[in-house]
Design a protein around this ligand. Structure first.
Ligand SMILES: Cc1cc2nc3c(=O)[nH]c(=O)nc-3n(C[C@H](O)[C@H](O)[C@H](O)COP(=O)(O)OP(=O)(O)OC[C@H]3O[C@@H](n4cnc5c(N)ncnc54)[C@H](O)[C@@H]3O)c2cc1C
Length: 338
């Protein structure tokens, strides 16, 4: 019987586990992957995520985070560039998740997939690939993947990610609307670039689909060379979904299992890290899961709704988004922060 079992060692689960361990609580952090690996993600983060990482003792610069200065937006034959209204960075997820998982220390149990969770005798019984685990409290942090019995709504959105070489992107993040969605492109580790797309259907050829969306994309991706055999993909991303906040006693939902903020107009990693810290705080203060869920739902309402609005403008009217970015960008960025 563990005191607290955290399911999933992404940013949300690691933040919760690290904070609980530091406070002297007995935590197990169950992670299905055997080693840190890439995750479908634009790799972009700003001051909210940086502040949460600092609280957790993680220094992104020491991990090779790349400072980003500009926002570039392609819209048909035209393009716009604006200074980013806040400090921002890019960092490969394998590195970030690896650092967070190391910081979780002995709490982390790798290569353990949780297959189901059942309330039992005032606690929880988890069925895992390595046998059963009992815990008084459970923190659900499986991110992009639902745990059986705890579904999220169906969604046509899919996420795709590909690391590339030979992309002249420099210190900028480029937003590239294309048929069926949009992509983000920014520098990544070892002089390469990360291309990450949110699309409503699987493209035949990811690079060709994004190149066809704008002259900026065609130019940036002209000589691009994939560094992976195929893109990483995740299906059914329920953008804009927010959990109702209620839930069974002792069962805390965090990260993408509590709310899914639209990508590139909102920052999922910041939300994930901060929800992990908030859940740890709630558990340490003895607050029940339903109370934590309702409070967290209130806190992320504005960022998630505004990011959804921004994503719709970016897809439907990229020229308008580009024109408004230098003017409204700082206020929008502030309003989408927690
Ligand atoms: C296309 C796209 C682009 C994005 N771009 C950005 C961006 O640029 N910036 C940003 O801030 N956010 C971005 N996001 C969002 C961001 O990736 C997520 O919000 C963030 O990763 C959520 O963190 P998490 O810890 O909740 O989940 P995850 O990062 O998904 O981590 C979940 C962890 O749980 C593990 N796990 C899953 N199921 C089980 C199980 N049954 N048993 C044990 N372990 C399990 C997984 O292996 C994983 O390690 C993007 C998302 C998408 C889809």
């Amino acid at each position: 019987m563990a005191e607290i079992a955290v399911i999933g060692a992404g940013p949300a689960g690691c933040a919760a586990a690290i904070a609980l361990r530091r406070a002297g609580r007995e935590v197990v952090l169950l992670e299905r992957s055997a080693a840190p690996r890439e995750s479908v993600c634009g790799e972009f983060f700003g001051p909210d995520a940086a502040a949460a990482l600092a609280t957790l003792g993680i220094d992104p610069a020491a991990l090779g985070a790349i400072p980003l200065r500009h926002l570039r937006i392609g819209h048909g034959a035209r393009e716009s560039t604006a200074a980013l209204p806040f400090d921002a960075w890019g960092l490969a997820r394998r590195r970030l998740d690896g650092a967070l998982q190391s910081a979780a220390g002995p709490a982390l149990r790798r290569g353990v997939t949780v297959l189901g969770a059942q309330a039992e005798g005032g606690g929880w019984r988890l069925r895992t690939s390595a046998g059963e685990v009992s815990a008084r409290r459970v923190v659900l942090a499986t991110g992009k993947h639902a745990l059986r019995g705890f579904p999220r709504p169906a969604s046509p959105w899919m996420g795709l990610k590909l690391h590339l070489a030979d992309v002249p992107i420099e210190a900028a993040v480029a937003l590239l609307p294309c048929a069926g969605g949009y992509a983000g492109l920014q520098p990544s580790e070892a002089g390469g670039a990360n291309l990450c797309a949110a699309l409503r259907q699987a493209p035949g050829d990811l690079l060709a689909t994004i190149r066809a969306g704008s002259a900026l994309a065609a130019r940036l991706l002209r000589d691009a060379r994939p560094l992976w055999a195929r893109p990483l993909a995740v299906a059914g991303v329920p953008y804009g979904w927010r959990h109702a906040g209620e839930g069974p006693p002792g069962f805390y939902r965090i990260g993408d299992q509590a709310a899914v903020i639209p990508s590139f107009t909102g920052e999922g990693m910041a939300l994930a890290l901060q929800s992990g810290l908030a859940a740890a705080e709630a558990i340490l203060a003895g607050r029940e899961a339903a109370e934590f869920g309702a409070a967290w739902r209130r806190r992320h309402a504005r960022p998630v709704l505004l990011a959804g609005l921004g994503a719709r403008v970016l897809q439907g009217w990229p020229a308008g988004f580009a024109a408004a970015a230098p003017l409204l960008g700082p206020a929008f960025a502030r309003a989408t922060r927690l």
